[in-house]
Design a binder for this molecule. Sequence first.
Ligand SMILES: [Zn+2]
Length: 350
Amino acid sequence: MTASFRRLAKRTAITSGLEAANLLRAAGVMRSARGRGAIFTLHHVRPHEEAGFAPNAHLEITPEFLDLVLDRLKSDGYRFVALDELPALLSRSGSGQPFAAFTLDDGYRNNLVYALPIFEKHEAPFTVFVAKGLAERTHTIWWETLAALLRKEERLGFDFGNGHEMLDIATVATKERAFARFASHLHRHDESAIVGAIDLMARKHEIDPGEIVDDLVMTPAELNLLEASPLASLGAHTISHRAISRLPDQEVRDEMEASRDYVAMITGARPGAFAYPYGTREAVTQRQAAIAREVGFDIAVTTQPGVVTSHSIDSITYLPRLSVNGLYQKVRYVSGLASGIPFRFASNRG
Ligand SMILES: [Zn+2]
């Protein structure tokens, strides 16, 4: 199977899982599946802009959809809690009412502009995970740089390790294929080096990776403004936003501690929460979860799908999250998503 077909197959499997979960909800089957509650992952919250080539579309939802998600969860009986409350909450026995905790990764400015008012409307606490290198503009966001570059050009030269190659990227399909190839290359080789090469190539094509970060990511002053809301908390998300499973332990520790101290400098208090960049099984293992515990985080989250159960207290620095995914913006999916059921349907695919 080609990568794009696998993606499509997986998306179809998840979609039908969500449809099935919605039917199960109607049949009253969901209660047993939802565990103690769920932690939701979001990235961008902003109005939709039509783009033919949108490789990061899964990372954004509209403010209207967030509003619907919160409405639906409330009517399904969920109680909104801050992520920081989870360790205490999980050490007690459950009340029967499931909780929902909301997290937003990377510190995008649209979290302040569009997400905050919706969370305020619903009185829902949320945690924004800050990568120091992005807030301080010392690092770039390769997936955004690459999207801008592939969108702009019709041909692109790059060396994936077998000598210089010219990629024909005139169509959306070839741009998507190229994006997947760069992503897989980056996840298999030295991430800093490949990010550097992408940035260099972008600059040659008059795209400024630093400007992209400036456009998208909150400054320390804006983080301060956000944090002034009693509903908002800040958590740590490394400095460089690399897959930490591929770094030596000491570097993992440095990434965790420096990002923790950075958030502490902004808020005046040491953050208890950490989110692993990418958060997949490939990007973080139990080994780094142990380091997060040693460094002193009370809670740390992956992006591996699942609900939080009474047993989750034993893996408090390796908790699953459910992504509120931009590709499935239909409110009837939300209850199903919160149960974690769709992922059982999808788990044996791609
Ligand atoms: Zn991230």
